[in-house]
Write a protein that binds this ligand. Structure first.
Ligand SMILES: [Zn+2]
Length: 511
């Protein structure tokens, strides 16, 4: 069964209250559809109960335009009305804006935004779960300890709950790391990145030596090289070695915990016994995991975000005290930085499938689910294409592609800045590997390329950008918070991002 069929099955079951509607064809149909939505709103009752479990989903870089474009693409892939389609998390009943500015940035990076969501405070760029009093390159462990801020994962462990961190990015990357590490510089993922004389522990080591409760119970993602010593070959890519300079193999040290398991490929992941006790570490790539569209081509095989979410919940739900789970679709952000909308949107759809799994496996009665983004990207959806026009295609009406002031066609999707700057007449294609592009020159150069015969819907197409930048940038506008379950109705209005922590803590009664 294809993953889209899986998604349809899940949507049918779990999007009871605001299903994607068939596109009305006349005024009466639109009016009735609007009225039907109102009836579902009237029937809604807030859940003031206590949450047993909390699942925080973070689409890294998943701004509102990304969600809209992904919903249209997902619908078009299923050959239903894309504009009327909804991703799984868009059917959660409560929504608010999240203000993503950090303590010192108008447009933030993922470190202070993740810190805000899991600790309840705002801090500075680059900082993970330490206050804004910490300088970015502070390497003194005593200073870090004095300014560390408790995370919701730590509180959950102290209470005896099960905890998990899942990401398609490196598990030592900013968003997952903010849950379990305290450090001034998000780039200190292994000891080899630490400055000379540093006494603070690197991020991977902080995960292994996590001092609360019985440690993080489920860890699934990328970033294997930060756990392996430089003397050890990577098991999947023998030409690569580990990054650690302290000689420690943290994957082997993990196994010293009672019942602990470590997996690094698809077959081992599939063979995990989720009814057995003991913590699970899965590291499926030396760096980030593959983009969803590239996953099938991975040599050793990797689980999808939805599959990792299912396994994590199966493992965590065995704890009678409940669980806290953070799941990040970490590579939406990376595809946007590459100016490659296709991978950003298909990874957003993969997040939608993961949320559908979580909704299927939990109850709104006792599980608070929050789906949000850490920040947005300068990604736009524009230009008056007709309804039903392929979202990755040229903006078009029934008469054909629309034309710009030069008489040239243009795509619906684009970026305000990034590698897709084309005023030199060149065009590039993304290889799927960070920073690596193919030149795809073609005749007809003006100040923009002639896209008439270009497959802009192809996975590697890089959308045009107005300002030339090697890396497209984050954007500063608000992102959405979607929520269901106990206290989800507090998700309302325009909220500062750090309120997300306070919502989760309130639902778990962690005060
Ligand atoms: Zn980013």
């Amino acid at each position: 069964m294809s993953r889209f069929l899986v998604f349809i099955a899940a949507s049918t079951l779990f999007t009871c209250c605001a299903p994607a509607f068939a596109q009305p064809t006349d005024a009466a149909g639109w009016f009735a559809q609007g009225r039907q939505t109102l009836e579902t709103l009237r029937a809604r009752t807030p859940n003031n109960g206590k949450a047993r479990n909390v699942i925080l989903f973070v689409g890294d870089g998943m701004g509102v335009s990304t969600v809209t474009a992904a919903r249209i693409l997902e619908g078009q892939q299923r050959q239903v009305d894309g504009e009327g389609n909804r991703l799984s998390f868009e059917t959660l009943p409560y929504l608010a804006h999240s203000v993503t500015a950090s303590a010192n940035q108008q447009t933030s990076d993922s470190a202070p935004t993740a810190t805000a969501m899991v600790t309840g405070i705002k801090t500075n760029d680059g900082a993970l779960s330490v206050s804004q009093a910490v300088a970015r390159n502070e390497a003194d462990a005593a200073v870090i300890a004095a300014n560390s801020v408790t995370t919701i994962l730590e509180q959950a462990e102290q209470r005896g709950m099960a905890t998990g961190v899942v990401s398609t990015a490196r598990i030592t990357h900013a968003t997952p790391a903010a849950n379990y590490a305290h450090i001034g510089n998000r780039d200190w993922e292994s000891d080899a990145q630490l400055p000379a004389g540093a006494t603070v522990k690197d991020i991977a080591r902080q995960l292994l030596e996590f001092p609360h409760g019985d440690g993080v119970d489920v860890v699934l993602g990328g970033g294997r090289s930060f756990f392996l010593p430089a003397q050890v070959q990577d098991p999947e890519y023998p030409e690569q070695a580990g990054k650690r300079s302290d000689g420690r193999d943290l994957t082997q040290e993990w196994l010293s915990k009672p019942g602990a398991r470590y997996v690094w490929n698809r077959a081992q992941f599939d063979a995990l016994d989720t009814s057995a006790d003991g913590p699970v570490l899965g590291l499926f790539e030396p760096s980030h995991m593959k983009f969803e569209v590239d996953r099938a081509g991975d040599g050793a095989g990797e689980p999808s975000l939805a599959e990792m979410t299912r396994t994590a919940i199966e493992l965590l739900q065995r704890n009678e005290n409940g669980y806290y789970l953070m799941v990040e679709a970490g590579r939406i952000d990376h595809a946007h930085h590459a100016g490659n909308a296709y991978r950003a949107l298909t990874d957003t759809i993969a997040l939608s499938e993961a949320v559908a799994v979580a909704r299927e496996m939990s109850s709104e009665d006792d599980t608070l689910i929050i789906v949000t983004a850490d920040h947005s990207h300068v990604f736009t959806l524009a230009g008056y294409p007709m309804r039903g026009n392929p979202i990755l295609g040229l903006a078009a009406t029934e008469a054909g592609p629309m034309k710009d002031a030069l008489g040239l066609p243009y795509t619906t999707l684009g970026y305000a800045n990034g590698p897709g700057y084309v005023a030199d007449g060149d065009r590039h294609e993304f290889t799927g590997v960070e920073g690596q592009y193919r030149e795809a020159d073609f005749p007809g150069e003006k100040s923009r390329p002639d896209l008439s015969a270009v497959a802009t819907t192809a996975p590697d197409y890089v959308q045009e950008s107005a300002v030339p930048m090697l890396n497209e940038t984050h954007a500063g506008e608000d992102v959405a918070i979607y929520a269901s379950g106990p206290k989800a109705h507090y998700v309302s209005g325009t909220l500062e991002q750090h309120v997300i922590y306070h919502l989760m803590a309130e639902a778990l009664e962690l005060r």
